[in-house]
Structure formats: C-alpha cells, structure tokens
Design a protein around this ligand. Structure first.
Ligand code: TTP
Length: 194
C-alpha cells in the first residue's frame, strides 16, 4: 500500500489540483513539460491519450518509485482538435465556432505505478447556447478563456453558455473524478470520503 503523499500530479492545471483535492487525495504537484502539437492527421482520441501518456512518462521517469497521475483535455469540433486559444482574438473565434452547436470534450488520464501505466478516457457531449458577440467579448475580457481548451471553463462564467451535457462535468473541467478514483484504486490508494 502506498502512503497518502506518494502521489504526484503531473499537471500545472489549478483545476486538476482542486478536483483531486476534492476527492480526499494528498499529492504533490510536478508539472510535465511536453510538446503538445498534434501529429499530422492524428485522431482526437489518439491525441489526448498520447498527451496523457507523454505527460505521465515525463514525470514518472524522474520519480520511478511514486504513483504519477497526468491528464489531457481537448475540445473536439467536427473531428477537429481545439486546444487552448493562441490569444484573445483566437478565443473569440473559438467561442463563435462553439455558439449554438454541440461539441465533444475528451479528457484522458494516465496513472503510472510500479512500472505499469493505466489509461482511461472520458468523453462528454456539450451543447452551447447561441452566444451574442457582446457575450463573447465580455467573457473573453474576463481572461477566463485564456488558458482553457476550447476557450471556455464550464466551472466559471461560461457555465451559463452550456445548455446541456451528456457525460462527465468533471471530465469537461479537466479531471473526470470517477475514472480517476478507479485508476488510483488500482494502485492500492484509498480515494473518496474518509
Ligand atoms: C473545456 C474546459 C477546459 N478547462 C481546462 C482544463 C485544462 O487545464 C485545460 C486544458 O489544457 P491541458 O493541456 O489538458 O492542461 P494544462 O496545460 O492546463 O495543464 P497540464 O498539461 O500541465 O496538465 O483547459 C477547464 O478548466 N474547463 C473547461 O470547461
């Protein structure tokens, strides 16, 4: 059995740290620095899985005796992978592209322990309301779009852009809690209420 603090969260995302803390897990943060460029013609699911695997591997090689958790979230529109906006103009273009339509949010999580890697993928359908230019401008001006896949964060002001979703709210936010608990459970960790 691992001790509580044996876990390393290989992520710079404050949302992931917040969500992991929410399920009663103690951890240390060691962000992974990898190239997040999709390969030519790479399928969205294959891409998010590869990203989660590369993030976990980059940190696990430095901390071989620990449990390491990494994740990757992408927004998929018509089969196209949308990561974070390059700038605020790009964020507005992305939000315009999401307005009044359905898209998918795919989050892959990878857990490395004892030389093994376990992977899980959470996929959620999200329907956005029709957004006005004024709503988009105001939202982007808050700065909330800057560092998020698809230029929105469901957990903030953009929560009111989401008419409905089918899947995992936490997966959209960046860390699907059910899948995380299942994978961490395999390492022998106690996860959840205590
Ligand atoms: C769609 C959506 C994404 N996001 C965030 C979660 C992730 O932080 C980010 C997607 O980028 P990622 O590349 O998955 O993660 P990251 O670069 O922030 O952190 P790291 O690679 O170190 O783990 O978008 C939200 O917070 N809310 C949302 O509704």
């Amino acid at each position: 059995m691992y001790q509580k603090a044996a876990l390393i969260l290989a992520s710079a995302s404050p949302r992931r740290a917040e969500l992991l803390a929410q399920i009663g897990v103690s951890f240390q943060v060691v962000p992974a620095n990898i190239d997040e460029t999709p390969a030519n013609g790479e399928q969205p699911n294959a891409y998010v899985k590869r990203m989660a695997m590369e993030k976990v591997a980059a940190v696990a090689k430095l901390y071989a005796d620990r449990v390491v958790l990494a994740a990757d979230t992408s927004v998929i529109v018509d089969g196209e992978i949308w990561g974070k906006p390059l700038n605020r103009q790009h964020a507005k273009v992305m939000l315009n592209g999401l307005s009044g339509r359905q898209h998918q949010v795919v989050t892959a999580i990878a857990v490395h322990y004892d030389g093994n890697v376990e992977l899980a993928v959470s996929e959620t359908e999200v329907l956005f309301a029709v957004l006005t230019d004024q709503q988009i401008d105001r939202y982007v001006a808050t700065g909330e779009a800057d560092d998020k896949a698809g230029a929105y964060g469901i957990q903030g002001a953009a929560g009111c852009f989401v008419e409905r979703l089918n899947g995992s709210y936490f997966g959209v936010m960046g860390l699907p809690l059910y899948e995380t608990a299942v994978l961490l459970g395999k390492t022998g960790m106690t996860v959840g209420p205590r």
